[in-house]
Write a protein that binds this ligand. Sequence first.
Ligand code: NAD
Length: 503
Amino acid sequence: MAIQIPTRLLFIDGEWREPVLKKRIPVINPASEEIIGSVPAATAEDVELAVEAARRALARNKGRDWAFASGAVRAKYLRAIAAKITERKSELAKLEAIDCGKPLDEAAWDVDDVAGCFEYYADLAEGLDAQQKASISLPMEQFKSHVLKEPIGVVGLITPWNYPLLMATWKVAPALAAGCAAILKPSELASVTCLELADVCREVGLPPGVLNILTGLGHEAGAPLASHPHVDKIAFTGSTITGSKIMTAAAQLVKPVSLELGGKSPIVVFDDVDIDKAAEWTAFGVFWTNGQICSATSRLIIHENIAAEFLDRLVKWIKNIKISDPLEEGCRLGPVVSGGQYEKILKFISTAKSEGATVLSGGARPEHLKKGFFIEPTIITDVTTSMQIWTEEVFGPVLCVKTFSSEDEALELANDTQYGLGAAVISKDLERCERVSKALQAGIVWINCSQPCFCQAPWGGNKRSGFGRELGKWGLDNYLSVKQVTQYVSDEPWGWYKSPSKL
Ligand code: NAD
């Protein structure tokens, strides 16, 4: 019998609510292609209700003044959410695995990260109390000035499907820590665990309206959220094309946005490396999460001196990757998220072949898996810089390869992209690594590894990978506005105009 997911409604104003138009979206397990349940489909009508609830949650003196509560009070809720998530770890990991196809071990890792992220922003919420009223020294002694860091207000959070609960948490945790009220719109392709987050918030008694969760389609629920006049900011993670649409909608209202978009990140491997270590990081950098990572280092730039030996070793490493149902023990590569993504990725591979590239390894469905959206880890060589496989984000388990002979050439190839999210450099020469990391055009650079990510360190891209930074204290700043308060403290009159009392 197929595994079923819990049947949930939308989460608005602290309650489960049926979508106004009563629509639902089927949920398909990508490993079996079976329908395992459905999620509610919000529309503009539900967005309206959620925005009203969020505004009420911020209204002063109405008993729901989340924005005016101290950071310490908000921290208490964030820690309670973290604790509940940890308590429900194995159930959440399983739901994540069957909803988006990621191996169970990875999903469990994500759930730990989710709890850690709520804990981290609980600490930062408390720290915010101490930063309030920071004074500014002024050149005129008649004045004194201080700064208040205030929540931006009601924020719309629109997220993708590759790390459904974690990407939502990267936004929800700092937004709530800052004192904002939020409306989360996860991806229609995987939003099951986000509805469980709603259940967690209900269980810990998060005040009504502070977090509203609307599952639904991009154009039906995401678009009305992005263009809503009473939503004060949009934080978006997703494709560059949708990011551009959101920016256009927000521009009409001069609404701030932060955008975490796509990538085509390079990994540069020099000829002084330990081949096995470098090969494992290269594989991990592109095949972790079934290759569906915004920062996947999907362009291997390898020194020509070791290219043949390295690729030979890399193929051996990837032949060892266990491809299976994500719930099977030891699984390291599951299916891609949907039939649409499966077709799209295979099309990328066939276009590469038709443009003259060679599929060195993989390139098709694994023979032992007859059902599910599985694609073998794939390596493509004989690539030119004008090929689609070199320039466009595949968002699947596909690595393309080019060789170099000098550091300058490696950097030229690495930076030859419209994107600027991640980049990795592998070499035993740490001075070189440092030099290269400065020259790489990316928001995140890994040295002698690829992909590890910590909620304490800033995350975000340059160029068409977006702008703004999530995580760390930068993530909190995304949801804060800075207010200057200046006071005249002199007993003397200001004295600019002639006083009528002296006439
Ligand atoms: P997507 O752009 O298709 O969808 C992202 C979200 O936007 C979904 O919730 C979707 O419903 C919503 N949406 C779609 N159209 C909309 C519209 N017109 N208005 C408002 N919302 C709309 O992206 P995806 O396929 O879910 O995710 C994959 C992409 O996300 C990849 O490009 C990947 O690189 C990127 N990504 C980036 C990061 C990062 O940190 N930079 C992290 C994860 C994923």
